[in-house]
Design a protein around this ligand. Structure first.
Ligand code: 5GP
Ligand code: ZN
Length: 113
């Protein structure tokens, strides 16, 4: 998708610290980390947000969560981490390419702001 920053990262036109990649999913360090571990996990293909998922994306969404599990173990944050998907501007979504935040490595307050 032209002009989408996360598509550009997925296509390696922009370079950030990649922590996982396969044919469907890519994960990289958030450039403005909100916790000691803050990774963004996303589908390579452009999907705007959770509302734009279709039934054919079922496996993809499962895969993303298995990648989150793998990274949480690699980063040794199994005992304190959270996966967040902001959907809509008022929920804090600033990039219109579906992504899941994996946050951890510190105590996380509840409820989130
Ligand atoms: P959102 O606010 O949409 O849920 O999350 C977008 C996240 O992407 C933010 O945490 C922001 O710091 C991160 N971000 C935005 N642009 C870039 C970028 O070009 N590179 C990286 N690594 N992270 C980005
Ligand atoms: Zn995109």
């Amino acid at each position: 998708m032209d002009g989408c920053i996360f598509c550009e990262i997925a296509e390696k036109k922009l370079h950030f610290q990649i922590v996982h990649e396969d044919s469907d999913v890519i994960a990289f360090e958030d450039m403005n980390p909100q916790a000691p571990v803050h990774i963004l996990i996303l589908p390579r293909k452009h999907i705007v947000d959770l509302l734009h998922l279709s039934s054919t994306d079922e496996v993809l969404v499962g895969k993303i969560h298995l990648v989150a599990k793998k990274i949480a173990k690699e980063k040794r944050i199994e005992r304190r981490f959270r996966i967040i998907c902001n959907c809509g501007e008022e929920a804090g979504q600033s990039v219109g390419h579906l992504h899941f935040h994996l946050l951890g490595g510190r105590r996380l307050g509840w409820p989130p702001g």
